[in-house]
Design a protein around this ligand. Sequence first.
Ligand SMILES: [Zn+2]
Length: 194
Amino acid sequence: MKMVLMGLGLIAASLPAAAQAETRQLGTHLHGHGHLDVAAENDALSMELRVAGADIVGFEHLPASAAEQAAIEAALATLSDSSSLFTFPAAAACRQESAEASLVVLSDPAEDEPHGHSHSHAHAEDKVDGGHAEFHSRYLFICDNPAALDRIALSYFEAFTNAQELTVQLVADGASFGHVVTRAAPVLDLPRRF
Ligand SMILES: [Zn+2]
């Protein structure tokens, strides 16, 4: 099932093999609340986004129609175009070096593990929806003037109307900061670095 989904996007084709192993470590996720990891070091800025499929395409089951398959492909394309997700201060002169996006199906315990018949009835209806899936994407930027990189506007919330919040983990110059950025105030302020 994973292979089917990963074959959908051209970008997903370059997915590192490690991503599949990753599915085993994923727990539950909260719809509407994604995660964004940001790491800034010298002129390099790397970002990693993990968001529930519900936030991105409105469903998390295997595509059941051509329209749903097209929605997944469109989402992967949008997630691979950082200009539609993040806006940097012009003075920072940041450019995208690389971007990749993939759809990751979270393992469904009802499907992966044998279980007693006492569980069967409870899971029977859940399986109609096919469990959960997440979109994962990662980006690398080079900023010619990193001192001017004091904020990142998250147009991500405009691109994906179901998304409500991003929990941000920011690592800059060896220090770690936690933020929550909401749809109502979609700007990530960065600490002064110099
Ligand atoms: Zn979900």
